[in-house]
Design a protein around this ligand. Structure first.
Ligand code: ADP
Length: 429
């Protein structure tokens, strides 16, 4: 059972110490045993042999598993671009993966036993030591700790992000830290330039808005003067000059009026982000009721039928701006109707984190090519003779929706088939 060699040596009374053997048990299964044989003697006389055979199959299996786990871990540590490290409680590096080479250019043997201060600038290693002290004090891991160092060969600055956990010995005494670090220079640089661009854009936007506001505000005064004097001319000299003169004065009066509307719209547009109110809980049902009341004459004149389908939720929004959104969309739905009675449907669909509103009409529709353009300032698809307007209503709507972190778009099967304006607003339960 124990194999030829072992059996022979036991028979011969040869001592055996901790010898492993693979044998078959009575069920025919292969097991590993540890064999110890001692020769018993009395007065120099051999009186027998003591043979102890211990089944160590499970221990061997566990050993194999442990070894394979260790190898897997070693392979991972060596192949990852992250730097896996361990320091003692004084900040000396007592373990290092090969990742240090790609991050800071050092060989593993160059950093082993070295203090962190040996491979990082003074201020940064001081910060790392403070982090270590904090881990020791709180017992808590740290994550996304950002420091920087300089590459050993190129001297270039490397921004490093690290995570780490405390390490304790068998009796719970703090021994140091182990963790992983990665080079985030590229990400950080890209992030910084993106942040700079966003900031520049924000500033230039604010400047542009201020400019639009100031210019339109300042233009209003002289325009008011022009308009009132042209009106005076109209009143005082109608039918007193020739026919041409009456027509020219009418053109001037219409032009002044249109310009005044344009300026008001630009002012309105520039106020969306600067003069918005705080967000609050708004019942959309009440907003729609208010808008229908504001538009009651236009609705009556056009013979439009406006239906609210299903329930309308409460959302967090600027109530005045939300009113403006629905007012502009409904005004357009009534205005851009085909001949016949406009039919308009309003609905809302609540999903996990957004509410999706739809304002659908059966009007003239919009060609696909213009579906995005119409949201730009002064973009109109028709002449003033066909449909009155300044071309800024949808731009204001879009700006308001964006201020609410939502999106807006139009769905239209094409010209003559109606339009559906869809917008989303984040929904916080
Ligand atoms: P305005 O209504 O003053 O022209 P808007 O910014 O509100 O300006 O709309 C821009 C253009 O988008 C309109 O001139 C029109 O061509 C188109 N549009 C807007 N709403 C609709 C609609 N419901 N149906 C068809 N076209 C529309």
């Amino acid at each position: 059972m124990l194999g030829e060699s072992l059996t022979r040596r036991i028979r011969q009374g040869i001592e055996i110490r901790n010898e492993e053997a693979e044998i078959e048990n009575c069920k025919g299964e292969k097991i590993v045993v540890l064999v110890n044989v001692a020769v018993l003697a009395e007065k120099n006389e051999e009186i027998g042999t003591l043979c102890v055979v211990k089944n160590i199959t499970e221990i061997k299996r566990a050993e194999r598993r442990l070894k394979s786990n260790e190898e897997r871990l070693k392979d991972l540590i060596e192949s990852t671009s992250e730097w896996i490290w361990e320091t003692d409680d004084k900040g000396a590096i007592i373990y290092s993966g090969a990742g240090i080479k790609s991050i800071l250019g050092y060989e593993v043997k160059e950093v082993l036993g070295r203090e962190v201060s040996g491979i990082m600038p003074e201020g940064e290693s001081k910060r790392f030591m403070e982090c270590l002290v904090n881990v020791k004090r709180t017992g808590k891991p740290f994550s996304r700790f950002v420091t920087f160092g300089f590459h050993k060969n190129t001297g270039s600055k490397v921004i490093i992000e690290s995570n780490g956990v405390p390490v304790y010995d068998e009796i719970g005494v703090f021994k140091g830290c182990r963790g992983a670090s990665r080079d985030i220079t590229g990400v950080k640089t890209a992030q910084e330039s993106l942040d700079r661009m966003v900031e520049e854009l924000r500033r230039s936007n604010v400047e542009l808005e201020r400019f639009a506001y100031v210019v339109s505000h300042d233009l209003k005064e002289p325009l008011r003067m022009v308009a009132s004097y042209v009106k005076l001319l109209q009143k005082r000299y109608r039918d007193k000059l020739d026919k041409d003169a009456d027509e020219f004065i009418d053109f001037a009066a219409n032009g002044a009026e249109r310009m005044s509307r344009l300026i008001d719209d630009i002012l309105e547009y520039s106020r969306v982000s600067t003069r918005g109110s705080e967000f609050e809980k708004v019942a959309v049902k009440e907003v729609i009721a208010r808008v229908l009341d504001i538009l009651r004459f236009k609705i009556k004149d056009s013979g439009a039928r406006i239906n609210v389908e299903g329930d309308l939720p409460e959302i967090i929004a600027d109530p005045h701006q939300l009113t403006q959104v629905f007012q502009n969309l409904l005004e357009n739905a009534v205005k851009f109707s085909r001949t016949g009675e406009p039919e308009i449907k309003i609905s809302a669909e609540i999903s996990e984190d957004t509410v999706c509103f739809r304002v659908a009409d059966n009007g003239i529709g919009i060609k696909k090519d213009y579906a995005e353009k119409i949201f730009d300032v002064f973009q109109r698809l028709h002449s003033m003779d066909e449909y009155d307007g300044t071309g800024i209503g949808l731009a204001i709507v879009k700006k308001i929706i964006e201020r609410h972190s939502g999106n807006i778009w139009v769905e239209s099967p094409g010209e003559g088939f109606g339009s559906v304006f869809v917008f989303t607003i984040p929904h916080k339960k």
